[in-house]
Design a protein around this ligand. Sequence first.
Ligand SMILES: Nc1ncnc2c1ncn2[C@@H]1O[C@H](COP(=O)(O)OP(=O)(O)OP(=O)(O)O)[C@@H](O)[C@H]1O
Length: 247
Amino acid sequence: MPVLTTQATQKQFVHQDIETQKQSSNAPVILRLSSVTKTYTNGCHALLDVNLEVKEKEFLFITGPSGSGKSTLLKLLYGEELATEGEVIVDQFNMASLRGDRLSLLRRRIGIVFQDYKLIRQRTVAENITFVLQAQGYTRKEIQRRLEPTLKLVGLLSKADCFPDQLSGGEQQRVSIARAIVATPPLLLADEPTGNLDPDNSWQIMQILQKLNSFGATVIVTTHDEQLVRKCNHPVVQVRNGQLYRK
Ligand SMILES: Nc1ncnc2c1ncn2[C@@H]1O[C@H](COP(=O)(O)OP(=O)(O)OP(=O)(O)O)[C@@H](O)[C@H]1O
């Protein structure tokens, strides 16, 4: 693993790496961070002069210790936070200039999976998955057309009418993945999706994410789980003290 101490070297390295990828793949860029710094209002520098480019259909792991800036990086990508300096481009949109309806439209093209699932306890599995489609004005017929294959993909066809509290942690995470992908977004962001799961369930989740990637989605996963990362053959970026290092 390269150890890069200065930002100049780091930039050079990441750019070199980007060049290498360009030679091996002509896929369009789906997201780009250019010289991005994120400082929270309390003065905490979560990210410092970060550069990253991800191409369509890539699968990227983001690893790093607790508090290093992984979630912040994902939040910049789905517009939960804005960069303090630098430029964040997602799906050709500059995140700094996106507000209201335009931000909502971009978010429809991004599926998000969280460590703590964020399911609605009073709604069934099927309702949790289709809720977002209803909110986006899909017809009942289209919702039904999408629901069954999505449930099948995450192995939950028989649990459609269960409530979240009747499911295991792994099953709940599979519901949250189903909810994230039911509108077939081209970009899937997963923030510690296996953080609350045992190794078997973690592996099941990874297999689903890899299957979605093989179907054409760009997938970015943050994780602490080095073993899981080693098991999969995907590029890895490590965040340390708010800076990015290619592994
Ligand atoms: N809303 C906020 N206000 C102030 N500081 C924040 C905020 N969110 C995060 N931070 C700080 O920014 C830094 C990076 O946090 P972040 O959540 O991105 O790290 P992380 O790598 O995802 O950590 P973990 O693996 O524990 O989830 C930390 O020092 C954290 O305390």
